[in-house]
Ligand binder design. Sequence first.
Ligand code: NDP
Length: 523
Amino acid sequence: MTSLRAEEDRSLPDTEVKDPPLPGEAARESIEVENPATGKVVGTVPRLTPADVGELASRARAAQPGWEAMGFEGRATVLLRAQKWLLDNSRRAIDTIVSETGKTYEDAQTAEIGYAVPAFGFWVKNAPKFLADERVRSGSPFLMGKRVAMRYRPLGVVGVIGPWNYPLTNSFGDCIPALAAGNAVILKPSEITPLTSLLMGEMLEECGLPEGVYQVATGLGDVGAELIDHVDFVMFTGSAATGRKVAERAARTLTPVGLELGGKDPMIVLADADLERAANAATWYSMQNGGQTCISIERVYVEESVYDEFVKLVSEKVGELRQGVPAGPGSVDVGAVTFGPQAEIVDAHVKDAVAKGARVAVGGHLKEGPGRFYEPTVLLDVDHTMLCMTEETFGPTLPIMKVGDADEAVRLANDSRYGLQASVWTRDTIRGEAIAARIESGVANVNEHSMNYFALEAPMGGWKESGLGSRHGPGGIRKYARKQVSVISRFGLKRELFMFPYSKRNAKLLAGALKLLHGRGKR
Ligand code: NDP
């Protein structure tokens, strides 16, 4: 496996891959990894090409049967060691994440380490349960006296293609259940943030993972595209546009895909909401991770009678946020824009809104370098003609819109091609739940926004263009397995009633049996 070297200064680990992933390779092109908060290069990784992917896949296929044969217990030993490694080395992992994303220490600690550490325990504990052999009870008369069994077998090789916003949670996080199910995994991280995925390789190697079971395909988008042709399942997280390309490519080989795509999460604040809590939540869930979270609050609808008060509270809170180069715990609240073109998208959305009549209450500008920072921004007087209310902004912006009532808020919340998450804020939680149920999204919370992501027991997936399938819950690991059914006859008849030769007597018997079983009861 590739290995990493971290230098003394923990806030800026200088990371370098020592061993190229493919043996016998001459010097290859590399990718420079930049810290978006400082503009400095913090590491280089090999730039694999599509031609390299077949070799990785062959290695994965060769390694997978041994990993599967270790059983749940053997795999648990390795994965629990990895959990401990990540806990013991959390500072190093956080520093690596911070150095390649420019996010704050806390954003890495809460939503990356705080996700991955429990995830190991969750999948180790539940994999044997979710993937246990099942006895199927059939009501069919044809199966009387026979046993129907169902078992799950690993798919083989899973390809995970990840984005740059959460190099641990959204890239490596999907590898954990895939590995626990007995698959080999090839992870294609974003070219912008490959260091964390490589660090996880070092971790797994130290924890005894057999070689070839987890490999990192550092490269550009074409490597991700090629990977699709070589694996048995693709778990993709990223933009809807690329997700569509992934699904199209996978269709060629009929490879199943899971897609976790973009969102435009609405927050609905009703007149009876606890405004202080709602304002704190609006601020945190829109600005946390610099707003670069698929399940961040991207737009707010507030009932007229509390609109002014809510805007005042949010504007004050957003205005007080400290932004800058993350330098350890407590240093700043909002970090950098990880991906260069994203800063242009954020700026374009703000400019589009202003050109169409919106007012900037706080922020509104891309800061001067070095480092790439967009000011935490609150937009008012917005409507659905503006990009900031309809397209994924994926930055530290919060547009707030006044609505007449809850019905208008629900109508506007549903006026979107996305349907990832949503939240309703009210002291009347029964009404809140009823309103949440009318929102077209995979998750609709009440007085919470995206806390469900930590509930690994519950499925998390988008409706509409926000995705296909889900992660977490029993389905979050069963998708990495093939189902196999067996009907087992121990004391079967020499000749079943429906077999040759056909006779009038048997046809009559079967007709009678069907009538007896299905012909009774009122219709
Ligand atoms: P993409 O969706 O383009 O990239 C996600 C991953 O897919 C990256 O690893 C990328 O590699 C890879 N990739 C690119 N092209 C292909 C392809 N044809 N086949 C297979 N894999 C491919 O995200 P971007 O980084 O370009 O971000 C664009 C937008 O996506 C953002 O503006 C944001 O709105 C949204 N987004 C949503 C995220 C989410 O969590 N739902 C996360 C990140 C972005 P490489 O990086 O090397 O090009």
